[in-house]
Write a protein that binds this ligand. Structure first.
Ligand SMILES: [Zn+2]
Length: 423
């Protein structure tokens, strides 16, 4: 009874999510195409019409591709759950492994491999079809597949021990297992924040200390002004894979570092780079990063507590197409992790605007910080260049943008910055 009700709820949320996503995408495409004919007045002197139209075409192509991927992913989701895919997989893996921890880990690994294989044609098309067509792909096919193999090995090397710890806690640590699992998960996240910039990212890219002396002293001056100590300024060879440019900030404590993509450095003037950096430092100085981490930990505690409850509810399994008693004597822990991971996004998607709102608020604050410590006109001109180079649309549908975008639309950001400059 409960299980049928849960299946109906699950399907209803899937359909609702599909409707909302298709509706937002079609609004977005229509809006972008309607404004394709002319560069918005406020950018008319800065961005050529051809670049504006390229951004429109790129946005439409990406949005359509996103819808295709959404449809396939939804079919895969239903196939794994209600149509019995996971149930079938677990029986086959059980026959191969004979049960126990080996069965549990093999089930998780098999799921990861199958998902990866399904994603592969999409990833491939995205890089060598879509990105290629708009001139953004800089990857060779060799590099694409090398990345894939490296990523899979790394995922196994990190994921399997982590899952072994999680499954052991689920099995042996009693009713509060989810709390211990949360402690391990949080510790793991913190460890990754240290290891990612120092160990993992360098496996894929080369990071060289910023060498341009005049730029370096300019940046060091800014860091001193705002009171920020960092292990270093690095340039990353992003051009090896893509023409898209970016700057980011990673690590924490003594490990924090600022990373510029070489693609970005080659396009911006020193004062623009300083302004972009001031924005990134703003995120740090205004404690956005620590707030985000605390929020992430609180949310994962809530979700793990929920999982602690669902693990013992038969309807959660049967409602998602799995009979928990099918393999007697075998633990369902790996299975419940998979079901939870598959079902959760279906129920949380409609709340994603909340994250976007929080994130956009931080972006405005970081922009205002940059305007206080550098010339806001430099940030404006850097933003315009970044929008043009990345073919980001200047005319997103307002509702689409409010729902998904972590950053406010360019015109709104620039209006705020110009107001700051006038004040
Ligand atoms: Zn930002």
């Amino acid at each position: 009874m409960y299980s049928l009700a849960f299946s109906i709820l699950f399907v209803s949320f899937i359909i609702l999510t599909l409707i909302v996503r298709f509706w937002l995408a079609s609004r977005h495409i229509r809006h972008v195409l309607t404004h394709r004919g002319a560069v918005p007045a406020e950018f008319a002197e800065k961005i050529p019409l051809a670049a504006h139209q390229k951004a429109a075409d790129y946005t439409v192509a990406r949005t359509k591709f996103g819808l295709l991927a959404l449809l396939i992913n939804t079919l895969v989701l239903v196939g794994f759950t209600l149509l019995g895919g996971l149930q079938w997989l677990s029986v086959e893996i059980f026959k191969l492994t004979g049960g126990g921890m080996g069965y549990q880990l093999a089930l998780l690994a098999a799921f990861a491999v199958i998902s990866g294989v399904i994603d592969l044609p999409f990833d491939y098309y995205k890089q060598f079809g879509l990105e290629q067509r708009f001139g953004f792909n800089k990857m060779t096919r060799g590099l694409f597949f090398a990345d894939m193999v490296k990523g899979a090995l790394l995922g196994a090397a990190i994921g399997l021990p982590l899952m072994w710890v999680m499954l052991t806690l689920m099995d042996k640590s009693g009713g509060l297992w989810w709390f211990y699992a949360w402690l391990v998960w949080s510790g793991f996240q913190l460890l990754m924040m240290v290891l990612f910039p120092t160990v993992i990212a360098p496996m894929f890219n080369k990071f060289t200390p910023l060498e341009d002396q005049s730029l370096k002293s300019r940046i060091e001056g800014l860091m001193k002004r705002v009171g920020f100590a960092s292990k270093g300024l690095f340039v990353m060879d992003g051009s090896k894979r893509s023409a898209h440019g970016n700057a980011y900030f990673s690590g924490f404590g003594a490990n924090k570092r600022i990373v510029f993509f070489d693609t970005l450095l080659s396009r911006l003037q020193p004062q623009e780079i300083e302004a972009v950096l001031a924005h990134e430092l703003g995120h740090f100085k205004l404690k956005h990063i620590i707030k985000r981490i605390v929020m992430m930990f609180a949310i994962s505690l809530g979700f793990l507590a929920l999982l602690g409850y669902l693990k013992n509810q038969v309807w959660f399994y049967t409602g998602l197409g799995v009979d928990p008693l099918l393999l007697p004597g075998q633990s369902n822990d790996a299975m419940v992790l998979l079901l939870f991971m598959l079902a959760l996004p279906v129920f949380t998607f409609l709340f994603s605007p909340l994250t976007s709102i929080g994130s956009r608020k931080h972006e405005f604050e970081a922009d205002a910080f940059a305007a206080r410590h550098t010339d806001s006109r430099d940030l404006v001109s850097a933003l315009v260049k970044m929008y043009e180079d990345n073919a980001s649309t200047l005319t997103p549908d307002p509702l689409h943008s409010a729902f998904y975008d972590s950053h406010p639309p360019a015109s709104v950001r620039i209006r705020h910055l110009n107001a700051a400059a006038a004040a």
